[in-house]
Design a protein around this ligand. Structure first.
Ligand SMILES: NC(=O)c1ccc[n+]([C@@H]2O[C@H](COP(=O)([O-])OP(=O)(O)OC[C@H]3O[C@@H](n4cnc5c(N)ncnc54)[C@H](O)[C@@H]3O)[C@@H](O)[C@H]2O)c1
Length: 442
């Protein structure tokens, strides 16, 4: 029972953490890693920020933010007082007590988990690990990753997990751009390889987060993150299906969902849209689907939701086509204005955005496309979609030039009245307008 007390490595790191005399190294300074690093810096913890992308490290060294909701001044404050130390040199991992991995976990071409970023991170730090450190994985992944990949990797290096080295899985639950819920008030889930592992992580994260929830295993923590996102994907799939039924019934689904949400228990509102986007919801469910196959289990709900959600861009294009047809026009040669390319409102992230697929389909059908997204003054380049599309200012004169405006991202800063008054035809995929002769919900 007193084994904790006898473990000198455990005791030493717990003491360092309680005195705030420890250093953190965060691997991957993207949407997750940078806010996390700043949260620790704010609490006076020296944080080394590592990234393989030179541009990111140079931006940090020059105190220039590359994430819209993070101000350059905030980076400057911590870089100039040496609390945040950007570095491309992973050798410095030997100087830190806590290593947190926040690298991407995408899917490969066959929609299977691609853990290469995690594996590469481990390979590049293995020579700099030492006894007494704690390694925390925050990247989203399938249940079993920590036990099946991280733990054997560390043990191969001669370290003993739970005794002289500690491993934890703690999923990132950040919602970029959310002003109400940020690192400090989003409860932190922790699953340790051992109780000691979890207990160290608890003392670390409680310095930046109000509520810590310790689960019984790393697997449970890994699955928690997936369940959160699967819950979202499945419910969005449901309302996307209901949207099509409601339209046939002549019912306003947004009115219905808002009404249902007045029930004070047992209902959580989700709203339809042009399809899933971002780095999480379209990807994470597949991590469980893949793992379930190991047990011969077919994740029917997940795949059905995916089928419905991924059909939404084509559904929207169908609506555009029909609506233009009603005014004797075709998509070919029509001038179409895309409003919003971010995958959700008020953020500068267009990864996996359904807007890109919709633009791609429209261009292939011969439409002339321009766009406006206040978060993207220039059309970004993606591996899959590499288009040069002009941004156009939203003025009454410009809006009048288009046969059709397609609202794909409901950014708060759009002037919806200006768009409504000056557009010939609006295809609204976000329920911002009521149906009328020239406004079509899709
Ligand atoms: N973005 C979100 O809202 C969000 C929310 C919750 C969870 N997550 C999860 O967190 C993880 C990270 O996501 P993100 O959005 O921050 O990704 P990101 O692409 O914004 O950032 C990841 C960073 O890791 C760097 N990187 C990759 N390999 C590296 C290596 N070997 N060494 C050092 N740096 C390396 C990349 O250059 C990149 O800058 C993913 O698993 C994601 O699913 C993301």
């Amino acid at each position: 029972m007193n084994s904790n007390k006898k473990n000198i490595f455990y005791e030493k790191i717990i003491e360092k953490v309680s005195r705030k005399e420890y250093k953190i190294g965060i691997i991957g300074m993207g949407y997750v890693g940078l806010p996390l690093a700043l949260a620790f810096c704010k609490k006076d913890i020296v944080t080394l920020g590592f990234d393989i992308n030179e541009n990111i490290i140079n931006s940090l060294k020059n105190c220039v933010s590359y994430i819209n909701h993070i101000k350059s001044n905030e980076i400057k404050k911590y870089v100039s007082n040496n609390k945040l130390i950007p570095s491309e040199n992973l050798e410095s991992i030997n100087k830190v007590d806590v290593i947190i991995i926040c690298v991407p976990t995408p899917l490969n071409k066959n929609k299977e988990p691609d853990l290469n970023f995690i594996k590469n991170s481990l390979d590049s730090i293995k020579n700099f690990l030492h006894k007494g450190q704690i390694l925390i994985l925050e990247s989203t992944t399938y249940p079993g990753t920590t036990e099946e990949i991280l733990k054997p990797f560390i043990e191969k290096e001669g370290l003993k997990v739970g005794k002289d080295f500690f491993i934890v899985y703690s999923p990132e639950r950040e919602d970029p751009g959310n002003k109400k819920y940020q690192t400090h008030n989003i409860p932190k889930i922790i699953g340790g390889c051992t109780k000691n592992c979890a207990s160290i992580a608890k003392s670390i994260y409680s310095q930046i987060t109000e509520e810590i929830i310790v689960l019984s295993s790393t697997r449970a923590a890994e699955m928690t993150k997936l369940v959160e996102n699967i819950h979202r994907a499945v419910n969005i799939g449901l309302v996307n299906e209901l949207k099509i039924i409601a339209e046939e019934l002549g019912v306003d689904l947004y009115e219905v969902i808002r009404a249902a949400a007045t029930k004070p228990f047992g209902f959580m509102p989700f709203f339809p849209g042009p399809g899933l986007g971002g780095h999480c919801i379209p990807i994470d469910p597949y991590y469980l689907t893949w793992k379930a196959k190991e047990f011969g289990i077919h994740t029917k709900f997940i795949e059905l939701a995916e089928e419905i959600n991924s059909s939404m861009p084509k559904y929207v294009v169908g609506k555009i086509s029909n609506s233009l047809n009603d005014i004797c026009k075709s998509i070919k040669k029509s001038s179409i204005l895309i409003l919003g390319i971010a995958y959700k409102k008020n953020i500068d992230d267009a990864r996996e955005s359904p807007s890109l697929e919709i633009i791609d389909l429209l261009l292939k059908m011969g439409a002339n496309i321009k766009y406006n997204d206040p978060y993207f003054p220039k059309f970004p380049k993606f591996r899959k979609y590499n288009y040069v599309i002009d941004s156009i200012e939203l003025t009454s004169e410009n809006l009048e030039l288009f046969d059709c405006a397609v609202l794909l991202t409901d950014h708060d800063c759009f002037d919806y009245e200006l768009i409504r008054v000056n557009s010939k035809l609006i295809i609204d995929t976000r329920g911002k307008y009521n149906n009328s002769s020239n406004i079509i919900r899709a």
